[in-house]
Design a protein around this ligand. Sequence first.
Ligand code: ZN
Length: 196
Amino acid sequence: MELRSRSGWIEVICGSMFAGKTEELIRRIKRINYANKEALVFKPVIDNRYSDDEVVSHSMQKISSYPVNNTKEAREIIEKRNKLPYAVAFDEAQFFDSELIRLAEDLANKGVRVIIAGLDLDFRGEPFGIMPELLARAEYITKLHAICQICGEPATRTQRIIDGKPAHYNDPTILVSASEKYEARCRHHHEVIKDE
Ligand SMILES: [Zn+2]
């Protein structure tokens, strides 16, 4: 019997907005491609900031990706193939449904390197969607920091600003027709308006 080390694990890249998560994801995918190994990249359809079928970082680095509406679509694309790729990556994982947890586990158990990038905290500063569970199940975690736009210290939070003011705790995650923007902030300069 051939003795060989087994691959297959989950690695998560997390942090606030402007921390460079997508850039780090792209760096890892390019390294895999240089080694002539195959990587499939998925992203949620909701994220069409720059391009429909590419993952693009703020610094305009890009790689091609499959935009999917849900985890089921990603699973179908993977299962239609003859053999499993070396790696499967998911960008903006906080927007995926909870089936992604099962899919990531299944792939890692079958020997696939699973790379997940996403926001660990939402604009309220609370754990975002399925990210806490993915972080708990991951073998490797990279937590990236941005720079607080107020004090210059490492930023772990995403400040949401609507019409020039900090967002309210009860604001929906996606607003239509408001003028909103985001900034990186440290714990001490992250503001969320709450009713008493
Ligand atoms: Zn600060």
